[in-house]
Design a protein around this ligand. Structure first.
Ligand SMILES: [Zn+2]
Length: 243
């Protein structure tokens, strides 16, 4: 996958400080798949791990990235992607205790017991002491991203003291109308500069998504070096969600 023709839409957005995004407490980031946490929130997570703390929840097992591979069936690929997530979080400054692996089947999050997931996430946010929760923007097209966004909205309805922020992963690059769609929600941009090295390393830790591990599925997901670098260096986008 290469950088789409779409230009980066963030020029002119107001900048936000990482301190404002954490709310002075540990944050919880919901990642639909292993890599979304680094691609969408790597800089914020690096700041949070260095200050108040953070917790990453991976909603699915990531086993759907290379469906035609015979060498990497779903269970083997899932184990690899879990290892890659642990490495990425470590590079951002976190530890094994900062990860919750829900492990639902990649692509099938919408068919899981949503009420149970919401209850577990609400318990987690309470235990961690989070004030701010981060979930993919519902404008992302992947179904697991949209279901994660819907789940997050139910979590904040259960915990009214919690503020939900959306972060776009794919839609920031492939939806030319994204900023128009969210203009009323006052999107902001986080400068990743202090954390680019950590974010770049965390993205790189997801080696299976870079064409470096699974070699027998030519149609499987593969992100180019150029696209990785665009993710690593571009400002991260956040806005308060409307539950
Ligand atoms: Zn994803």
């Amino acid at each position: 996958m290469d950088v789409p023709v779409r230009n980066d839409p963030v020029a002119g957005l107001p900048r936000i400080a990482a301190e404002s995004l954490t709310g002075g407490a540990p944050i919880v980031v919901l990642a639909p798949h292993p890599d979304d946490e680094s691609l969408g929130c790597g800089a914020l997570l690096a700041h949070a791990f260095a200050t108040q703390g953070a917790h990453v929840v991976c909603m699915t097992d990531g086993s759907g990235s290379h469906p035609a591979s015979r060498d990497w069936p779903a269970d083997r690929l899932s184990r690899l992607r879990r290892q890659e997530l642990s490495q990425a979080v470590a590079l951002l400054g976190g530890g094994p205790q900062d990860i919750t692996w829900l492990g639902h089947p990649d692509g099938w999050l919408g068919l899981q017991d949503r009420a149970a997931i919401v209850a577990d996430l609400a318990d987690l946010c309470t235990r961690v002491g989070a004030r701010h929760l981060f979930a993919p923007a519902p404008e992302d097209h992947h179904e697991d991203h949209r279901h994660t966004a819907a789940i997050a909205r139910r979590v904040v309805l259960a915990l009214p003291h919690l503020t939900l922020f959306d972060y776009p992963v794919w839609s920031r690059w492939d939806d030319p109308d994204l900023l128009d769609k969210v203009a009323g929600r006052h999107p902001t941009a986080l400068d990743p500069a202090p954390f680019v090295a950590a974010k770049r390393a965390a993205i790189a830790a997801h080696r299976s998504q870079r064409g470096l591990i699974v070699t027998d599925d030519p149609d499987g997901f593969c992100m180019s070096d150029t696209f990785q670098e665009a993710f690593a260096t571009a400002p991260e986008l956040y806005w308060k969600a409307v539950p």
